[in-house]
Design a protein around this ligand. Structure first.
Ligand code: ATP
Ligand code: MN
Ligand code: MN
Length: 305
């Protein structure tokens, strides 16, 4: 198999051959966006979207009758898929399960044809599912947290990670918060990633106890920013960069430069319309260089203790 950029190029240039049924079906009723609008969105941003999903086991959110009806968070194979990859692996519980992954644009559009709106990849690939190649700190503002505090929180995480020698990258979620993504190369065993994520979150909470919380009990989160470090284990997922969200307004999870953080107004500043416009205007990838970052956690966990 081809590696890296070469493979990405051949993956992108393959023509899409998927028949879309019910293209006029309205899937975002508040905004009148149709299934064809969703197809057109993913097609137009495909070269930006693929690097974040190709060859990663991926859970999807399917809304076959649109976002006003039932949506399903689906971890496993959907019968009938032809262009989507599948891989059978051991579950966390020890049982075997079949996961899906996108190979190319055809896979993505086939999933959209099957009603998928959101893509949630693992932090590892089908080749090395036991080695994380990214870590995600999911910043979830509780009720009564004003947006500038979320901005400050992300900025602080960025700074503290940099002090440990770790480069990190910023993404809106298309929802309420932000993700701070740490690429890992070489890949890192999930146990170590989990330990680091927990220890780092605990350190931040200890230093800023009024601002942050890292325990999962919902009641205590009000007025604080929950650092959801639990996104970091084998089989856990986070929303893909450039994925749509199945929420009113058709918001999108969008990678940003750190220098753009200050002008953000929310975690859902970008949507199905504004995201392609943003990408058409960009001179370079806001996450440029992420594939060249070489960093792992081995030497760093000790620094936190
Ligand atoms: P927000 O900024 O609104 O928090 P988010 O994408 O970070 O958006 P979270 O609720 O914090 O949303 O969830 C974090 C991640 O957990 C999701 O992106 C998703 O990948 C994953 N997840 C795990 N199980 C589910 C589920 N049943 N339904 C939805 N997401 C799930
Ligand atoms: Mn979140
Ligand atoms: Mn969360």
């Amino acid at each position: 198999r081809k590696a890296g950029a070469e493979r990405r190029k051949s993956v992108e240039s393959k023509p899409i051959d998927i028949k879309i049924t019910h293209p006029d079906r309205v899937v975002y009723p508040d905004d009148s966006y149709t299934k064809q609008d969703v197809v057109d969105y993913y097609t137009s941003i495909m070269k930006w979207f693929l690097p974040g999903v190709v060859d990663r086991p991926t859970s999807v959110i399917r809304c076959p009758e649109g976002t006003a009806k039932a949506c399903f968070f689906q971890k496993h194979l959907i019968p009938g898929l032809k262009q989507v990859g599948s891989v059978t692996m051991k579950e966390e519980s020890g049982a075997r399960a079949t996961y899906i992954y996108s190979r190319d644009a055809g896979s993505v559009i086939e999933l959209v044809q099957f009603g998928v709106l959101e893509f949630h990849p693992w932090g590892s690939t089908i080749e090395q599912p036991d080695l994380a190649n990214q870590l995600v700190f999911d910043l979830d503002p509780g009720d009564d947290v004003a947006w500038p505090r979320v901005v400050a929180a992300a900025r602080l995480m960025h700074k503290l990670l940099a002090q440990l020698g770790l480069a990190s990258f910023l993404r809106t979620t298309g929802g309420k918060g932000l993700h701070v993504v740490v690429p890992l190369n070489p890949g890192c065993a999930w146990a170590q990633v989990k330990d680091f994520a927990h220890a780092f979150a605990a350190t931040v909470v200890q230093a800023h106890p009024l601002e942050f919380i890292a325990t999962a009990t919902k009641a205590q989160r009000s007025g604080k920013i929950y650092i959801d470090y639990l996104r970091n284990s084998r089989g856990a997922t986070s929303v893909a960069s450039y994925s749509l969200r199945a929420r009113s307004g058709a918001p999108v999870a969008v990678p940003l430069r750190w220098s753009e953080l200050g002008k953000l107004k929310s975690g859902h500043d970008f949507d199905i319309r504004s995201t392609p416009r943003r990408l058409a205007r960009l001179r370079s990838d806001p996450w440029a260089g992420i594939d060249d970052v070489r960093q792992d956690l081995g030497a760093i966990i000790g620094k936190l203790r």
